[in-house]
Design a protein around this ligand. Sequence first.
Ligand SMILES: [Zn+2]
Length: 245
Amino acid sequence: MWRASPIREIPGEFDFSSSGGEKVEVTALEAAEIQVVNALELVHWEDYGIQVEVCDHCGCSGCGAGNWISLRRLGDSVVWIPFWSEMLKGEWELSEYSPPYFLRKHGVPIFSAHDWSLLKELIGSIPPIHEIPCLTASEMALIIQAEAPGRVLGEFPQPPKLYKDLIVAVTEGELSDWVRSLQECLSESWSSQVPVDCQSIDSTMKQVEFWMELPGAPSWTPLVQSPNGLYLQSGVGHACVHAAT
Ligand SMILES: [Zn+2]
């Protein structure tokens, strides 16, 4: 996950003359200097699946393929996840409802309550945070899968499965113990529909750092150890979610 902040509105124009229309003023949205919406006014914010980049020839949602998301509440923030529920339905849906490039490249954006209320003031149809469904533990497992280096947890639409041979070391402790803990946390999270809990990482918690057998030998910190147990983590220091209940 990454902090979708600061947000910035960028005025623009769509030319609908090729579809028999006129020029229309639109507002794109940038978050952390990444364009995440091309026309705030034309997006169907009230739907369960939302296309954040609408067709710039006719302004219609669903005219082109891809760029779909779903809104979820995580603590007092809003996250944009891929439209997994639709993508799961088949081959065609998997590509037709695929997520935007920024989401595939950088992971799931997380909007603060403050920024979300600014957007809501600008566009009335944007749902208030309390009306947005909560992120479930199972969706959290899919976020960790999507963000894991080297597809070490496989790839959607397959359920998250740890290819443990790609993990070669852990900074502290016994590797086989930590690999087992990670597998348990993930499978518990994957099989649960409960809303996830979000908290910031503080000095009582310790990130578990795995080292991967991949180009550049990256490290990966999907787990956090706290006095209350183990948590799954997406991003670093951004969100920390209780997997074990
Ligand atoms: Zn179109």
